[in-house]
Structure formats: C-alpha cells, structure tokens
Design a protein around this ligand. Structure first.
Ligand code: GDP
Ligand code: ZN
Length: 382
C-alpha cells in the first residue's frame, strides 16, 4: 500500500458531487462528514464529533440499493443534492474500499491500536501475539499501546519495550490515568481511521475517553461473547480526533480466532521473521520441518507462537475444505478452546444450498462483506 492511512487523498469536489466519509450508520441513514464545506454555504450545526466539519444526514440512492451496494461506516462516498438548510443529502457512489473489518463492519481502517496493560492484568504474550497477527493479516498499520505504565517501574517498562522491539514493534508507553504518551498517540492517529483492540480491562475505554475529551462516549464493557468475536456492537461510530484522524468507538476486531489468517503467508504476519522468509530453500516453505528453512534456523521468541497458530489455522482450513453436508448430524463451532461438535437442530426445515453454506463460512471468517451483512440481518431477525 502506497498510502497506508486508509483514507483516500482528499479531492473536495468529485465531478459528480461532494466527497465525504461515513461516520456512522443509523438504520437507513448515513452520517456523512464532508471533506470541506463549500464556500458561501453555512451549515447550522457542525458537530464536534465530526471535527466541526460539515455533517449531512444522507440516504442511499435507489440505484445503489438495486445493485446491492452496501454503505458501511468508514466508507468514502460521493453525495449529491445537499440541502444545506436541513443538512440532508443523498449518497450516489461508494469509492473502492482499501480495507474492511467485520463485526462491526468498518471500511478503510488504516491502523490498529493494540492496547495491552503493563499490569492489572499482567500482559499475556500469546494473546497479544494473536491480536498482532490478526491485525497484520488485515493489512493494518499496527501500533502497540502499553497502558497503565503508572503501575510499573521504569525498568519493567524498558524490558517490555525491548521485548516488543524484538517482535518488530515500537510500542507507545501510555497511561490513561496520568496522561503519559497521549500526545504521541494523538500524533500517530493523524489522517487515518484507527480502531482499538485488546482484552478486557486493558484500558481501551479509558484511553478513548482521554483521547476524545469532548465526546461523551457510550463505551461498553467488553463481554465474554465479544471476546469470542461473535457479536460485536453493530452501531460503530467514528469520532474526529483533535489531530485530524478518526477513532472508532468500539473495538474493531477482537477475534481471538485468527479468522483472517491463512496458514500460507502466516509467517508474513510476524514482522521479525519477514526478512528470513525469502532465504528458505523452498519457495512454498511452511517453516515447519523443511530442510533449509531459514525461519526455523533463526532464534526468535515468537517462533512457538507461529507453530501454534499454524496448527490452529490449518485445522480450520481442513475443516472448511470438508464442509459438513446440510443434514449432517453434528455441526462444528469454533470456540476459544478449539473446535467442538454439537448436535444439529432438526434440519427438516433447513435446506441450505451449497452457495449459502460457503457464504456463511466466508461471513464467519470475515472474508465476504455481502455474506456478513446478510448473516447479520438474519441474526437480527432470529
Ligand atoms: P477496557 O475494558 O479495556 O475498556 O478497560 P477500562 O478502560 O474499562 O479500564 C479497566 C480498569 O483499568 C478501570 O478500572 C480503569 O480505571 C483502569 N485503568 C485504565 N487505564 C489505566 C491507567 O493508565 N492506569 C491505571 N492505574 N489504571 C487504569
Ligand atoms: Zn522456511
């Protein structure tokens, strides 16, 4: 990616209309913040959440509905026919997405802020590694945020800093309590959409509130379910940061299941191992037991994480290749503890096509936005 910000270069006026970013989706309405307010126009309200830029309440044009073009938070859109006095307009087009994350669906996220407390609770390297790998697999810029630095000694901070450096990262040392490092955090969020991820109790809500002092956020406690990556809050909202970037008010991804990762290419999600990959004897080396494997030959702390994630992902891939028939007696569920089988409900009324089975797998994995949104709608109605 040439421009890793996740945002498209600003061109204020598309020949078809005004360019803007979808800040939030509410039922069939979209809150679109325009890149700029045209001269000679006054808008009654410039909400602080939009960075005091013009925000219009938009509908989706019927042509987009007909073609099934979804609009999600973070989308870059073209709006037309603004009614400046009522603050209304219509979306006629969606620009190609650079990235998108599932559950809740957000487009064009450029950066993952992986929040990890230095104490209370103690850092869990394997869990941290999962989040890092997941973020790398989504092709996001990764920024580790070591929070609660006020609770530990400088020596402890330094030893974590050195350890994470050996993982290929330069962490920010923060304290939501004292404000340490918040200016640096503001600076790395400039001109891009960022999402926070991290386990419960790490201080994500506290950091959000410290970063967005003008916005009283509806932060939610991180539930056990959310940790499993099933149901996250649907109504994700972007907030303008004083530095000019956007911050999503909900964890963008907290799946502990490495859903976006494939076994092939997993090693690339470990920055500290990237330079070894090209030197393996075989181009399709899986970095397990192959002769002439450079990745294995080097001594790096997270190689064990690589092996354990590899085993987990290849088991899932094998299961996906061998999808159960619609009327199979058991269904499989992926949980934190691995894959478990449970009896299917009576399948008399449930004739699932091959296509919809494939789609639900893709939706679950977060590969296919269309399938994901359909699955979520189905869940809403169930
Ligand atoms: P979340 O679950 O990740 O959203 O975490 P919260 O923001 O709810 O924080 C969990 C607990 O840690 C709360 O009691 C916070 O007051 C506390 N906390 C958050 N950040 C800090 C920090 O920088 N220093 C200290 N000492 N406590 C913090
Ligand atoms: Zn290798």
């Amino acid at each position: 990616m040439s421009d890793c910000s996740g945002l498209h270069p600003a061109a204020d006026l598309d020949p078809r209309g005004y360019l803007g970013t979808v800040r939030a989706v509410q039922a069939n309405y979209y809150r679109v913040v325009l890149d700029t307010l045209p001269e000679n126009v006054a808008l009654a309200v410039l909400p602080p959440q939009s960075g005091e830029r013009p925000e219009l309440l938009c509908v989706r044009r019927s042509r987009l509905k007909k073609t099934g073009q979804q609009v999600i938070t973070g989308d870059r859109v073209v709006v037309v026919e603004p009614d400046w006095s009522s603050g209304r307009a219509a979306i006629v087009d969606v620009l190609p997405r650079r990235t998108w994350l599932p559950r809740p669906a957000i487009a064009n996220v450029g950066q993952a802020l992986i929040v990890c407390a230095l104490a209370e609770p103690e850092p869990d390297p394997l869990h941290l590694s999962r989040l890092l790998v997941q973020a790398e697999a989504c092709e996001l810029v990764v920024q580790i945020c070591l929070n609660k630095s006020d609770l530990v000694s400088a020596a402890r901070v330094n030893s974590w800093r050195a350890r994470l450096k050996s993982w290929g990262y330069e962490p920010l040392v923060l304290s939501a309590e004292t404000g340490r490092g918040l200016d640096e955090l503001q600076a790395v969020c400039r001109d891009r959409i960022s999402v926070m991820a991290g386990g419960s109790g790490m201080g994500k809500s506290s950091l959000l509130n410290a970063l967005l002092p003008d916005v009283s956020l509806r932060t939610q406690p991180v539930s056990g379910r959310l940790q499993h990556g099933r149901h996250t809050t649907r109504h994700v909202e972007l907030f303008a940061m004083p530095s000019g970037g956007w911050l999503a008010d909900t964890p963008g991804f907290n799946q502990v299941e490495l859903l976006r990762c494939r076994s092939e290419g997993l090693a690339r999600c470990f920055p500290e191992a990237r330079s070894y990959i090209a030197h393996c004897q075989f181009p399709n080396c899986r970095h397990q037991q192959e002769p002439g494997c450079e990745v294995r030959a080097h001594d790096w702390e997270r190689f064990d994480h690589y092996l354990s994630f590899y085993a987990e992902i290849s088991a899932r891939e094998a299961a996906e290749r061998d999808l159960p028939a619609p009327d199979a007696a058991v269904k499989y569920k992926t949980t934190r503890d691995g894959r478990t089988a449970e009896p299917r409900l009576d399948s008399r009324y449930r004739r699932q096509s091959r296509r919809s089975r494939r789609q639900s797998v893709q939706a679950y994995r977060g590969d296919d936005l269309e399938a994901l949104l359909q699955a979520e709608q189905a869940e809403d109605w169930s």
